[in-house]
Design a protein around this ligand. Structure first.
Ligand code: GCO
Length: 478
């Protein structure tokens, strides 16, 4: 298994291949201009869904209220040494209590779409059985508040907060967890399905696989490659079962997966780098895209994992049919490219953000959107996450000057616009994130929000980027 030690990550050859296939503007050279060229006065299609995204554990707090059960992230974050400064999501941005004010903020920004997640342990404290009405009621109030403000809800069913009881029974290593997830999804569809037009199943299965089971710096904190790829399979099985559960309700709502995709480029011109980059792409992208959208796992990745691997032995006849149940949309989350060396390692080519894994390469947005359309389309696309962390500070005059975020967003939106101009059916774009929040193992150090959260007082302050984004939305473009 050659991929075990890599952290997360294009060559001139790959780029020009992309450019040739998609009609990318030949006047820019992504090797020297990471934006790929971005002009002014870019209008998006009428009705474009400008939005922002969050997830339950990262913003809600209220960890012990209204019957909520414990999740793996409660356990993990409360374990000494697991998160920066020992931070937990116990209070987070206190959104559970402040959701009405946060809804007003969204309206003031002019958002057209809001992507949030539903906390499984609020709905099923033990991961199974009769749903907790108080949990469902919270999301009903939230969703009704969105509709009242003319904002379209997009709900993620699973953003990593697996009920601890299910983890105790083996978590995602246990095939049964996929079936428990389908039951939970069914309960949510019955409780809220009449008011949510778009569903996302599993947020970034790859991050659970890599960070949760390979590197161990996310819950549940394991370093077990054999388990990791079995988990990849069970997460995707859960995705397919949830798609089927939605169809079984007769709902006209749309559903799809939320995948963090990374353009992978060879770090040099050698054949070895091209080969290594291709396999890297298999682990980063095709392991999830091929299965869900084509009904088969990529042969190169399966061969690399080995016929004796737990995933190879864990695939049951019919699973891929479930996993590839037709979806209505694909949610793309783009943060960084990877540049892959001949030996399968990665190198950093562009400046990074406060997150050392994130290279700022806007043209990667164009490449990944055009690539999924070329290889898997035509399929409606939504960007459900894109953003960067900064050490934003509240100045004495009460403002937060995050000019770097404005530059980042403008360039990534311009790259998305180029993709749309080249025929990519992109419907919406969500900034990660609406609010500063609990950034997993990084705790509260990294601020990803359009809105600054002063944690001691929980006061919200619109950053300069939020004011800028409001104008983007009003103009429907840049
Ligand atoms: C993820 C998650 C978000 C993160 C964001 C920044 O992609 O990791 O969906 O919860 O906070 O991506 O790292």
């Amino acid at each position: 298994m050659s991929m075990l030690t890599r952290r997360r990550l294009l060559s001139r050859a790959a780029l020009s291949a992309t450019a040739g296939a998609t009609g990318c503007d030949a006047g820019t050279d992504p090797d020297t201009d990471p934006t790929g060229g971005s002009g002014g006065n870019l209008r998006f299609p009428t009705g474009f869904g400008w939005g922002a995204a969050t997830s339950a554990y990262q913003i809600e707090g209220a960890a012990k209220e209204d019957g909520r059960g414990e999740s793996v992230w409660d356990t993990f974050s409360r374990t000494p040494g697991r998160t920066r400064n020992g931070d937990t999501g116990d209070v987070a941005a206190d959104h559970y209590h402040r959701y009405a004010d946060d809804l007003d903020l969204m309206r003031d920004l002019g958002l057209r779409s809001y992507r949030f997640s539903i906390s499984w342990p609020r709905i099923q404290p033990d991961g199974t059985g009769t749903p907790n009405q108080r949990g469902l009621d919270f999301y009903r109030r939230l969703v009704d508040g969105l509709h009242e403000r003319g904002i379209s809800p997009m709900a993620t069913l699973f953003h990593w907060d697996l009920p601890q009881t299910l983890q105790d029974a083996g978590g995602w290593e246990n095939r049964d967890t996929a079936y428990r997830f389908a039951e939970y999804a069914e309960a949510v569809f019955h409780g809220l399905g009449d008011r949510i037009p778009a569903w996302l199943t599993i947020n970034e299965p790859k991050t659970v696989v890599q960070n949760g089971y390979l590197y161990g710096h996310h819950a549940p904190g394991f370093q077990d490659p054999q388990a990791a790829y079995l988990v990849a399979h069970h997460l995707q099985l859960a995705h397919g079962l949830a798609v089927r559960a939605l169809r079984a309700t007769g709902s006209a709502a749309r559903i799809g997966p939320a995948l963090n995709l990374h353009p992978c480029y060879p770090a040099d011109d050698s054949a070895e780098a091209a080969r290594a980059s291709r396999l890297y792409d298999g682990y980063e992208n095709r392991l999830y895209l091929d299965s869900i959208l084509k009904g088969s796992y990529p042969a190169d990745v399966l061969a690399d994992l080995g016929a004796d691997s737990r995933i190879a032995r864990g695939i049951v006849d019919g699973d891929l049919e479930i996993i590839s149940s037709p979806v209505d949309l694909l949610a793309v989350q783009y943060y960084t490219p990877y540049y892959v060396t001949p030996t399968g390692g990665t190198v950093t080519r562009w400046p990074t953000s406060q997150a050392d894994w994130q290279q700022i390469y806007p043209n990667g947005m164009y490449d990944i959107l055009t690539r999924v359309t070329r290889d898997y389309g035509p399929l409606p696309l939504t960007v459900t996450e894109n953003g960067l962390p900064q050490a934003d500070t509240l100045s004495a005059d009460g403002t937060v000057d995050d000019t770097g975020r404005i530059d980042f967003l403008r360039e990534h939106m311009a790259a998305a616009h180029r993709a749309v101009s080249d025929g990519v059916p992109l419907e919406s774009y969500h900034v990660w994130s609406l609010l500063d929040n609990f950034e997993w193992a990084e705790g509260y150090d990294q601020r990803w929000g359009l809105v600054y959260v002063d944690y001691p007082t929980q006061r919200r302050v619109l950053k300069r980027s939020a004011h800028w984004y409001r104008e983007v939305i009003r103009a429907n473009g840049l």
